[in-house]
Ligand binder design. Structure first.
Ligand code: SF4
Length: 525
């Protein structure tokens, strides 16, 4: 496809001078893949090795052929096909990309002339089993500490079947070997390389290839999170929060903005608000006349100074995520935020010039009732009265995640979700400046099915991919397989074997059960 996309900092290498050719695949379109950090980071990490060439692939945005951005080569010509799995719903695109490229889908059907197919990213760490029949090897956790050993190991492999030899590497899961695996992670973020020459599309802002925050330099400020909100995958699989030092960040920006001459810095980190020098970092960015992009912020981290700096950095819209619909539920999920703090944060942001606010809520937490939803409606109305030009309320169903205390919880009943989404829309959209949106309930169910699934789930993904990945395609795939969605979305017994039990993260089953008990010990009113 898009050698059609003009970009800054594309890496092109002579294929004859390298030992390993890696196709880095994002199973969605360019705009989605190039907005975040993972592709830019992995591209830099792989290409930093002189013996490796790494080229990128995305799902075609229009009707482009599935070839690499850098040299227009087809997937099949690479030694390794590496997927980064950021969202479960993209699994279907993994199989569509392999199929389109003529690579046999099932790993057992691939032979010595086929590429090795690997995957990493938060969804691989969460639960690789739904794709275990299709992927030769998964990286569980963060790749940096094992990167060189991994590349050296892959260079030795003559056929994908030999991948079992790599199962002894820390953080590597080989479905054929069914090995136990402990997540690998980087202790000090200052020791991790950061991409300096980043790929930025040189296209018009209206182009479908323009990234969501425009032409930005992505700065990874923190990684992981120590907060432990009981529903959150990152809060349990990517502990602890690791910050970069301010000095290091300033150094990265000084050099990076020379290689990547854009005027906006996008700050990346799940626990960005917990970065102790956030105000100073914003001041440094503004003092260089760069703009700032901060996607979301914790209400208790909003100060006058920070809000002023965000606005001086020319940002006019931001997201606050109360998550729980009532204070009782915010306590139950261990969010650690009071209603007063949310309102106060909204006031400070508005007074300092933020015009558009997004509020993110999750419905369907354990013990939730209509009273909780009504409290959310009241809170949102109070925030709307502050006077923002527009408020976007995003309401999404709880998707129970592996490795969290809610992994045993059922997916909320669709009738409950429909009824309350309708109520929320009816109550809030009376206000001209509020817009309500949310994930389609069927899509959310499919996402939960993919999060919580075992190896049998792969057959459904394969059929859904074959039938075009629409909701109708999923329905047909479920029907043909005779697989019951309800089985995967039900409440699990606490002593039940779970598909991801072979992955060791931080907390063992007993600790997660204790956290679940603490959640249920919150008073009902
Ligand atoms: S929801 Fe946010 S603050 Fe809570 S654990 Fe997840 S990343 Fe951390």
């Amino acid at each position: 496809m898009p050698s059609l996309i003009p970009e800054l900092n594309v890496v092109r290498k002579n294929w004859r001078k390298v030992d390993l050719k890696i196709a880095l695949c994002y199973p969605n379109i360019y705009r989605a893949g190039m907005t975040g950090l993972p592709i830019r980071l992995l591209y830099a990490l792989f290409n930093a090795r002189e013996d490796v060439v790494c080229e990128r692939f995305f799902i075609p945005t229009k009707n482009e052929p599935l070839t690499s951005l850098e040299s227009n080569q087809p997937l099949k010509k690479f030694d390794v096909i590496a997927f980064t799995l950021q969202y479960e719903i993209d699994y279907v695109n993994v199989l569509r990309m392999l199929s389109e490229a003529g690579v046999p889908l099932k790993r057992k059907e691939r032979g010595k002339d086929d590429p090795l197919v690997i995957a990493g990213g938060p969804c691989a760490t969460e639960n690789p089993e739904p794709l275990a029949d299709y992927i030769d090897m998964f990286i569980i956790g963060e790749v940096e500490p094992i990167l060189n050993k991994l590349i050296d190991g892959m260079k030795q492999i003559k056929t994908p079947k030999e991948v079992v030899d790599l199962a002894s590497l820390e953080g590597v899961y080989v479905p054929e070997a069914r090995n136990l695996v402990r997540k690998v992670w980087i202790r000090r973020l200052d020791d991790a390389p950061h991409p300096l020459a980043q790929q930025v599309p040189l296209v018009d802002s209206k182009s479908p290839y323009m990234t969501i925050f425009g032409k930005t330099f992505n700065l990874e400020v923190t990684r992981g999170c120590s907060r432990g909100c009981r529903f959150c995958l990152i809060g349990f699989t990517a502990r602890p929060m690791r910050p970069r030092s301010l000095k290091k960040l300033e150094g990265i920006l000084e050099e990076g903005m020379r290689y990547t001459p854009v005027d906006k810095v996008s700050l990346i980190g799940s626990a960005l608000s917990d970065f102790p020098k956030l105000e100073e970092l914003c001041e440094y960015i503004i003092s260089n006349n760069w703009r700032i992009a901060i996607p979301s912020i914790r209400p208790d981290a909003v100060t006058e100074k920070l809000a002023r700096n965000i606005v001086r950095g020319k940002q006019r819209r931001i997201t606050l995520a109360p998550d729980g619909t009532s204070q009782r539920l915010r306590n139950l999920i261990h969010k650690g935020i009071e209603e007063d703090q949310i309102i106060q944060a909204a006031k400070i942001l508005h007074q300092n010039g933020i015009k558009q606010l997004k509020l993110y809520y999750i419905i369907g937490f354990p013990t939730e009732k209509s009273e909780d939803i009504k409290e959310m409606v009241l809170l949102t109305k109070k925030i709307a009265e502050i006077g923002f030009n527009s408020i976007h309320v995003s309401v999404n169903p709880l998707i129970p995640k592996p490795h969290t205390p809610f992994q045993w919880e059922p997916f909320p009943a669709p009738t409950y979700l429909r009824k309350h989404l309708k109520l929320i829309k009816k109550e809030l959209e009376k206000h001209g400046n509020i817009r309500v949106s949310g994930l389609n309930i069927r899509r959310a169910q499919i996402q939960a099915f993919l999060s919580l699934g075992d190896r049998k789930v792969g057959r459904v993904i394969e059929l859904a991919a074959r039938y075009g990945a629409s909701l109708g395609a999923w329905r047909k795939a479920f029907k043909e397989n005779g697989i019951s969605l309800g089985h995967y979305l039900r409440r699990k017994n606490l002593d039940e074997q779970l598909p991801w039990d072979f992955i060791q993260i931080d907390l063992n089953r007993c600790s997660l059960i204790k956290e679940l008990e603490k959640a249920y010990s919150e008073p009902l009113n």
